[in-house]
Design a binder for this molecule. Structure first.
Ligand code: CIR
Length: 260
């Protein structure tokens, strides 16, 4: 199929009224305004729709504080979806609904009890998947992902990271060949064949971008990094998700992108 002809489904989940009880690893707890979080999340969904995505709501999980961060529940490639095993107990209940939402689109695969893996740790560049060795993703998770995807022609590489939650907190792929990264958290030498763009020094969380419909979404707190991308010819758009950022979430975390 011509890749240009493919459309995008964005699976999302409404913000839990218990978002204030979210997991936090590198940030201190500050109050989160639920109404603002809900409104910003709706804005994010509307923006994805305006870029051509079909936005589909997954089962609401009001008692899962981090349930809005659906990216962590699966790794989706063209041929298959791997349902993950989150690295914290409070998030394991989120994966069942991811399996239900993805089943119409992909054959499903599952990890063993030995593995932990969160989708936020997986950055795909063509048929290569880079996987962060984080507090949430262990070596068994990386090895099992590799075994499951090898038959489809994918290569999986573990990547060291330091100082942030997930690999995609530290870097994301921006088509056609860029990786925008915070060099304090990840060594971009790992990503062969790509051109690194460093985040602006005063925008450490700018690297979590999401590209949909040819537009690269950049967190609204990161205008200087957006300018760096624009200078390389990337079409960018700033997106405000500041309340979810207090829960250590960002742009990629809040959807599961499925090409159909
Ligand atoms: C957590 O710690 O699990 C959530 N508070 C944030 C998850 C963010 N997810 C992501 O970056 N993929």
């Amino acid at each position: 199929m011509n890749p240009a002809a493919r459309s995008v489904v964005a699976l999302v989940r409404e913000v839990s009224p218990r978002i204030a009880e979210c997991q936090l690893t590198h940030l201190g707890r500050v109050p989160i305004d639920l109404d603002i979080a809900l409104a910003q999340h709706r804005g994010y969904c509307d923006l994805l729709a305006s870029l051509g995505a079909t936005v589909e709501a997954m089962t609401a999980l009001p008692d899962a504080p981090d349930g809005v961060f659906v990216e962590d529940t699966a790794v989706v490639v063209d041929e298959v979806a791997i349902i993950t095993r989150p690295g914290v107990a409070s998030r394991t209940r989120e994966t069942e609904s991811a399996a239900a939402a993805l089943a119409p689109y992909r054959a499903l695969r599952f990890l063993s009890n030995a593995a932990t893996l969160e989708g936020g740790d997986v950055m795909r560049v063509g048929r290569t998947l880079y996987v962060g060795r984080s507090g949430r993703t262990n070596q068994a998770g990386i090895d099992e992902l590799s075994e499951l995807l090898h038959p489809f022609g994918y290569t999986v590489h573990g990547v060291a990271l330091e100082g942030c939650l997930h690999l995609k907190t530290a870097c994301t792929f921006v088509p056609p060949h860029f990786v925008v990264a915070n060099p304090a958290w990840v060594d971009v030498e790992a990503f062969s064949g790509t051109t690194a763009i460093a985040v602006a020094a005063d925008e450490p969380f700018a690297a979590n971008t999401l590209t949909v419909g040819g537009v690269t979404l950049v967190p609204s707190h990161s205008p200087r990094t957006a300018e760096r991308l624009a200078a390389k010819g990337v079409t960018t758009r700033l997106v405000e998700l500041s309340e979810l950022a207090k829960a250590e979430g960002a742009l990629t975390c809040s959807s599961l992108i499925v090409e159909v």
